[in-house]
Design a binder for this molecule. Structure first.
Ligand code: ZN
Length: 355
């Protein structure tokens, strides 16, 4: 499944080389400013020395940014010490959270990316077409085409039959133009929308590969783009859900025959570290305490303050988040699900590339 991953690569690689909690990750709905004040106060009481100094500078940079960019949903990852600042705006609501850690907290953004499959939408009638592409939570108009098609009612002179033939020919030429444009933009995850029968004619004209890529047809007026986007979003969400179920079913079959699957935190962690995981399914909103030694790149479940390998101080981490990060680094597909079956064998399961 193709997902939005524009913002992830830069975030999964970085961490504080001195093992200090200097990365501030803020997910903010743009409304509840009280939330930031409250978290800021609590965190100030806990951090000390360089970590505190860095936090105060970083949170000020973030607040300055928010003042200039009011009202939207944001994810901001920043560290004054590491000279790092990345802000992403979302069209959907994010859950407020403010985390200070050795590296950016990417869990929520990975979840959102999973929900946002890339898709292409063609809105058309017989004389107007718009092709939109949706990726990373953003909708872009790729093409806006219109044709000078003769009005349905003939004007004097021409016979009715001749008029109809010409009109049909014009529409056909126009639809061919749209097919050509679409071929350059998309191969799969295509949605067709618009009033009446034109989208059906259009579908029939598509090359067979593109026909297979059409996942739905939506009946909608040309000017109801808002309603259309809501509906397509729901269609894609449902499609994602079905894909999660299929993936989970595949993993269960593999587990039963002791084949190419892994489940549970410990085994999944080992498998992602070995680059074995092809697809990872993660239970939504789950966290699990663990520790990391950034020096040895040793990660384990549970609580341990001194690394058994090198004797240095470890950092506390969320093991689920670490598994997601490593999986993203090894190009695994990462998906999030609330499936009850996953709760029983999870919170993480993976389909393996090899054993
Ligand atoms: Zn170590």
């Amino acid at each position: 499944m193709k997902t939005c991953d524009k913002s992830l690569p830069g975030l999964i690689e970085i961490y504080d080389k001195d093992n200090l909690k200097t990365f501030v990750s803020l997910y903010f709905d743009g409304k509840d400013e009280h939330f930031i004040q409250h978290r800021e106060k609590v965190i100030q009481h806990i951090l000390k020395y360089d970590e505190l100094k860095n936090f105060l500078k970083t949170i000020n940079e973030i607040k300055t940014y928010l003042k200039k960019n009011k009202g939207s949903n944001h994810a901001i990852f920043a560290s004054d010490k590491n000279n790092f600042f990345k802000a992403i705006t979302f069209p959907v609501n994010v859950k407020n959270s403010l985390v200070v850690d050795v590296s950016p907290y990417i869990h929520q953004i990975a979840e959102l990316a999973d929900e946002w499959q890339v898709y292409t939408l063609v809105l058309l009638n017989s004389n107007h077409a718009k092709i939109f592409s949706f990726s990373c939570g953003e909708l872009n108009t790729e093409k806006d085409l219109s044709a000078d098609i003769m009005n349905k009612h003939k004007k004097g002179g021409m016979s009715q039959a001749r008029f109809q033939r010409l009109r049909k020919g014009n529409i056909h030429t126009f639809l061919t133009e749209i097919v050509e444009a679409l071929q350059k933009i998309a191969r799969d995850n295509i949605l067709l929308a618009g009033p009446g029968e034109t989208k059906k004619h259009f579908r029939d004209m598509l090359p067979i590969m593109l026909q297979k890529g059409v996942i739905a047809e939506v009946n909608v007026d040309m000017d109801d783009e808002y309603g259309l986007f809501n509906e397509t979003h729901e269609i894609m969400k449902e499609k994602g859900k079905q894909e999660h179920q299929r993936l989970l079913e595949l993993i269960r079959i593999e587990i039963l025959k002791n084949g190419l699957a892994v489940y549970g935190l410990k085994n999944t962690l080992t498998a992602v570290k070995n680059g074995q995981v092809e697809a990872l399914l993660v239970e939504k909103d789950v966290k699990q305490k663990g520790w990391i030694c950034e020096r040895c790149q040793l990660i384990e479940e549970g609580i341990l303050s001194i690394c058994p390998a090198c004797g240095k101080k470890t950092s506390e981490v969320d093991i689920v988040e670490e598994i997601v990060k490593i999986a993203e680094r090894t190009d695994a597909i990462v998906e999030f699900s609330q499936d009850d079956n996953l709760k029983k064998i999870g919170p993480v399961v993976g389909l393996l590339r090899f054993k």
